[in-house]
Design a protein around this ligand. Structure first.
Ligand code: IMP
Length: 190
């Protein structure tokens, strides 16, 4: 079965390919010749995941799934949330985003945060949503060189290592996206 994943984020593609059973052939946006930037203008994570999946299905006609992720920090009233990618500006620079986050949290004891991923699946004319959440804490420092985005400053619940310090397979078991993908796979197996 061919399924488009509405992303060109290499890290996400590697993470998801690793989890999917071999009978599902994952195609990226590049694979289907979609090179334009898909608008992510919704005000919720769910809304953006739907926008991305619908864009591919409407314009390219494929069964498709899209994910959208937000980092919700308790002491910042849920920010950056749906604006996580552009937290420090339109350049979507991960390093600048982390700098801003650490700056905003300076001197704050409450470091609780969670990642939330919503996956929207468009399959044969119907739409299905899957949500994965991981609770954790924001560190005071960067640690690790694996992963991407906010991984160097996020410790999943009960761990002393950040997502950037743990192997991909372990991240997939624990992570927001890993949990949402697990639900997607369960659904596709039915
Ligand atoms: P998007 O879902 O690709 O739009 O991601 C929103 C923001 O969250 C971007 O800044 C990503 O780098 C970041 N992000 C998404 N998934 C992860 C993850 O698994 N770890 C760390 N940061 C992530």
């Amino acid at each position: 079965m061919k399924l488009v994943f509405a992303s060109n984020n290499k890290n996400k593609i590697i993470e998801i390919k690793h989890q999917l059973p071999p009978e599902i052939e994952l195609l990226s946006l590049e694979d289907i010749g979609c090179f334009e930037e898909i608008p992510e203008t919704a005000e919720t994570i769910e809304g953006n995941a739907i926008l991305k999946a619908d864009y591919v299905t409407k314009n390219y006609g494929y069964n498709c799934f899209a994910d959208d992720t937000g980092l919700e920090v308790e002491a910042l009233n849920g920010a950056p949330g749906v604006y996580s990618a552009r937290y420090a500006g339109e350049a979507k620079d991960a390093n600048a985003n982390i700098n801003k986050l650490l700056h905003e949290l300076e001197g704050k004891d409450n470091r609780n945060a969670r990642f939330k991923t919503v996956i929207t699946l468009n399959l044969d004319g119907s739409q299905h949503l899957f949500t994965g959440i991981v609770e954790g804490k924001i560190t005071n420092y960067r640690a690790g060189d694996k992963g991407f985005g906010y991984d160097p400053v996020f410790c999943p619940g009960g761990k002393t290592l950040t997502f950037a310090q743990i192997p991909l397979e372990e991240k997939a078991l624990l992570s927001h996206r890993g949990r949402a993908v697990a639900q997607l796979i369960q659904f596709l197996k039915k």
